[in-house]
Design a protein around this ligand. Structure first.
Ligand SMILES: [Zn+2]
Ligand SMILES: [Zn+2]
Ligand SMILES: [Zn+2]
Ligand SMILES: [Zn+2]
Length: 394
C-alpha cells in the first residue's frame, strides 16, 4: 500500500531534525526508487504530511523503534509512567478510550525532548461524537518527552533486525485489550491484566483460547495483532508536502514559500479543475472548505498535516478555535502542532462497520505546550475538533 506520491527532495522540519546525525531513530519510507510519473516536482510548503503504510515488519512498530503509527495498541515512549485508566477515559461516557495514533516528533534543540511522541486517544462511541459538537471531548492527546540518555532505551540508534524487541522489559502492567494501564488481573489464569471489566469482556473471545490452556506462560504467547475492537494498525510515514502544478510549469512562484509557513493563495485554486471541484462540494457552503479541499487535492491520501508553530488548514469557517488554553502543567502558551485529516476515517473503517451515526470529524487540530515542559510521564495537550459545515442535502 504505497500511498506516497511525492518526491523527497524538499525541506522538512521533522526530516531535517532527524536526518542531522541520527536518522536511524525513526523509520521513513525509502521510496526513492518509485517510478514517479507525476513528473515536475512542485514547491514544498514547510508542512510535513503523514501517509499510511503497511510496515515492512511488525516489529518496526515496537517502542524501541520510536514509531509513528495509527491503531493497534500504543507503543508507549515512556513505558513505565503511563497515563492511568482514568486519564484515558472519555469525559462524556466514562468508558475507556482507544488508541488512535501516535506521532514521533522529536526536538533535539532541547535535551529533554530528544525523544518526543504525541499520543491521541479516541472514544469509539458515536453518541459522544454526536453530542459534543465542535469541541474535542471524545478525543484526548498526551505528550511524552525523553532525554537521549534515559533508563529505557539505548542512546544509540537501534539495530534494524527486530532482535531486541523480545528482550524489552515490561515496566507497567497493561490492559490486554487496549494496551493502556491495566491492573485488574484475569481471575482464572492470573496472568493477563485489564484496564476495566468492560475490556476484559471485550477481549474474552481472544483470551479464552489461551486462558485455560496449560502452556499459557506469558501474555505474549497470545500474539493477536489485529483485534477487531482496536483501530486497524498502520505505520505513518512522513513526507514534505509538495503542491503539484499541472499545466503551469512556467509559473515562478517559489518566492511564496520563503517563510516555511503554508502559503495558500488564489494561484493554487487556478490549478484545479473547477467544475469537478464544484460538483464535489455542492452541499457545502463554505469558502474555507473549498480551500481545504483544494489544498488536500495535491496529496489526497494525507492523514496528518504537521506544521508545528504554523497555521492549521481549517475545514470550515465556523467553530474556529480562538483562544487555545495555556498548558495546564507549566502555564506556557500552546501552539498548533499538527492536524488529523478526515481521510483517516476511511482507514479506520468506521463507516462500514456501524449502522447509523459513526465517529466523525472534519479535522482534529492538536495544540501543544510551546515550552515542552518537562514533566515526567505524559502531559495532556489540547485538541480541537472542527466539523464540516454542511447544508442539508437536497
Ligand atoms: Zn465516549
Ligand atoms: Zn483496556
Ligand atoms: Zn485468563
Ligand atoms: Zn507546559
Amino acid at each position: 500500500m504505497s500511498s506516497c506520491t511525492t518526491d523527497k527532495n524538499g525541506t522538512s522540519n521533522i526530516l531535517d531534525k532527524l536526518n542531522d546525525d541520527y536518522d536511524k531513530f525513526s523509520v521513513y519510507s525509502e521510496s526513492d526508487d518509485d517510478d514517479n510519473s507525476s513528473g515536475s516536482a512542485g514547491a514544498t510548503t514547510g508542512v510535513d504530511l503523514g501517509f499510511l503504510q503497511t510496515p515492512d515488519n511488525d516489529w518496526l512498530l515496537h517502542p524501541i523503534y520510536f514509531p509513528s503509527k495509527v491503531g493497534g495498541k500504543p507503543a508507549w515512549l515512556n513505558p513505565e509512567i503511563i497515563p492511568s485508566s482514568k486519564d484515558v477515559e472519555c469525559v462524556l461516557c466514562n468508558k475507556p478510550m482507544f488508541f488512535l495514533l501516535q506521532l514521533y516528533a522529536p526536538d533535539d534543540s532541547k535535551e529533554h525532548t530528544f525523544h518526543r511522541t504525541i499520543f491521541v486517544f479516541s472514544c469509539k462511541d458515536p453518541v459522544c461524537f454526536q453530542s459534543s459538537g465542535n469541541n474535542g471531548c471524545p478525543i484526548k492527546v498526551f505528550r511524552c518527552c525523553l532525554a537521549r540518555e534515559n533508563k529505557y532505551y539505548s542512546s544509540s540508534p537501534p539495530d534494524y533486525d527486530g532482535k531486541s524487541v523480545s528482550s524489552f522489559p515490561t515496566y507497567a502492567s497493561l490492559c490486554e485489550a487496549c494496551g493502556c494501564a491495566g491492573s485488574l488481573r484475569c481471575a482464572n489464569c492470573k496472568i493477563v491484566t485489564y484496564c476495566s471489566k468492560l475490556h476484559q469482556k471485550l477481549d474474552w473471545k481472544y483470551h479464552k483460547i489461551v486462558c485455560k490452556s496449560s502452556n499459557n506462560t506469558s501474555p505474549s504467547s497470545v500474539i493477536v495483532r489485529s483485534k477487531a475492537f482496536l483501530f486497524p494498525e498502520s505505520e505513518i510515514v512522513i513526507e514534505p508536502e509538495e503542491l503539484s502544478k499541472p499545466q503551469s510549469n512556467k509559473t515562478n512562484d517559489s518566492s511564496q514559500n520563503t517563510s516555511g509557513a503554508p502559503s495558500f493563495t488564489n494561484k493554487d485554486l487556478k490549478n484545479v479543475d473547477e467544475k469537478e471541484f464544484e460538483q464535489f462540494c455542492e452541499n457545502i457552503d463554505d469558502k474555507t472548505f473549498q480551500k481545504f479541499q483544494t489544498r488536500i487535492k495535491h496529496n489526497q491520501d494525507q492523514v496528518i498535516r504537521y506544521n508545528r508553530g504554523g497555521e492549521p488548514l481549517l475545514c470550515s469557517n465556523t467553530a474556529i478555535p480562538k483562544s487555545i488554553p495555556a498548558c495546564q502543567s507549566c502555564g506556557a502558551e500552546r501552539s498548533f502542532e499538527f492536524q488529523i485529516m478526515p481521510q483517516l476515517l476511511m482507514h479506520l473503517d468506521v463507516d462500514s462497520s456501524i449502522e447509523g451515526p459513526t465517529i466523525d470529524w472534519g479535522t482534529l487540530l492538536v495544540y501543544s505546550c510551546t515550552g515542552d515542559c518537562n514533566t515526567s510521564g505524559y502531559t495532556q495537550e489540547f485538541v480541537w475538533r472542527q466539523n464540516f459545515a454542511t447544508k442539508e442535502k437536497v
